[in-house]
Design a protein around this ligand. Structure first.
Ligand SMILES: Cc1ncc(COP(=O)(O)O)c(C=O)c1O
Length: 384
């Protein structure tokens, strides 16, 4: 696929390799936001369809992205922590039960389990990255699978590690977790949108994604998929719109004990956000037009020369099999000078993230191969 930079609002002089931090703004997303903002000038034009129809279209569109058979398993959430809170609220644990997470996982997918474990005397089992760089991804995946046992009630992790891009073998993790009836909860924030994800293949109990990175939506709006294990659960908040027949505005005070069907009970209050929902919808439509498989292929093409070139000069990058192409860490060797590299990248307006002795690179569809080649050139120039 061609570079899609022309579809974004972009400062020309910047080489942006940091979608893992936040995506830049698609022009069509910005336009939808402005239109949504202006809509309240005439509140009498905001109809019931705006409360329910837009989110319905958003659900339907996101269902295509993750190949979900039922769109009403998808809910609008304001953050990953909120999406995880709904899971934590419905997971019943007791003394000695275990929750498996990976080392240095993003906090929104750790704090809810820590809090639940404290309340129930359950145990968090953290599978840290192996102490070796050789076969690191393979060993890490094997250790995660080994950590799942009859006491495991939940495995919570990302599709890739948010800081270094290590790819986790969700299919094998699902298989093992299913043997013990443990829930599998995935934080898709750093992968869904840029890396194909198929809920019918992985069958997670929940897939929770922030919207402002690889889904290219606005901040404060994400999407969660909840599987059938949560069908009869209770949400973290009791908002009116999640109650059965809430579309019937005239009957709202004939209080209803039932919830909306499927996972719609988990939607955040005021989920119809008239500015953010249309923005998110435009973003997902664009992602679906490109297709995550093509976005990933584009990113693979961007780094086809960078990876071998950096290996040759002593930088470490995870093996292809255990690494995605849209987000990965470049680890420096002793003879590399991080401070000098940071300065050189700053001088060239190349924007990346830094994590300890690693540089996190996260390109996307708006990048060109020449930008990644330039990055490699600068890094190599600083490896004496
Ligand atoms: C893996 C991952 N999950 C979640 C988030 C954001 O979490 P929240 O939506 O709770 O702020 C981030 C942000 O960097 C992230 O990298």
């Amino acid at each position: 696929m061609e570079c899609q930079k022309h579809l974004f609002q972009f400062k020309e002089s910047v080489t942006y390799l940091n979608c893992g931090y936040m995506s830049p703004q698609l022009k069509r997303v910005e336009e939808a936001g402005i239109k949504g903002l202006k809509a309240k000038r005439n509140p009498f034009n905001i109809s019931t369809d705006d409360f329910f129809g837009q989110t319905e279209r958003l659900r339907t569109e996101f269902a295509k992205t993750i190949n979900a058979a039922e769109a009403n398993r998808i809910t609008v959430i304001p953050s990953v922590s909120y999406g995880m809170a709904n899971v934590a609220h419905n997971l019943s644990l007791s003394f000695g039960d275990e929750i498996v997470v990976v080392g240095e996982q993003f906090p929104s997918n750790v704090y809810p389990w820590q809090s639940l474990a404290r309340k129930t005397n359950a145990k968090i089992i953290t599978v840290s990255a192996p102490d070796t760089l050789k076969d690191r991804g393979r060993i890490w995946n094997e250790e995660i699978i080994e950590a799942i046992n009859p006491r495991t009630k939940l495995v919570a992790l990302g599709n890739i590690h948010w800081a270094d891009g290590t790819l986790f073998d969700l299919k094998s993790i699902r298989k093992k977790s299913r043997e013990y009836n443990a829930w599998l909860v995935i934080d898709g924030t750093q992968s869904v949108g840029a890396l194909p994800f198929d809920v019918q293949e992985i069958e997670p109990d929940a897939l929770v994604c922030a919207g402002y990175k690889w889904l290219m939506g606005p901040y404060s709006m994400g999407l969660a998929y909840y599987g059938s294990a949560l069908d009869e659960g209770t949400p973290v908040e009791e908002n009116w719109i999640n109650r059965y027949k809430s579309e019937d505005f005239a009957n709202l005070v004939n209080y209803n004990d039932g919830y909306q069907h499927g996972a719609l009970r988990y939607e955040v209050g005021e989920h119809s956000n008239f500015i953010l929902v249309p923005m998110m919808l435009e973003a997902i439509k664009q992602i679906n037009t490109w297709g995550p498989i093509n976005i990933q292929a584009h990113c693979r093409q961007l780094i086809v020369d960078l990876v071998p070139e950096l290996h040759k000069h002593g930088f470490w990058i995870e093996d292809d099999k255990y690494r995605a192409s849209h987000l990965f860490g470049i680890r420096l060797a002793e003879h590399h000078d991080m401070e000098q590299i940071q300065q050189a990248l700053k001088d060239e307006n190349i924007i990346v993230s830094y994590r300890g002795d690693s540089i996190r690179i996260s390109p996307n569809i708006y990048n060109e191969k020449s930008e990644l080649d330039k990055l490699a050139e600068i890094l190599v120039a600083h490896s004496s």
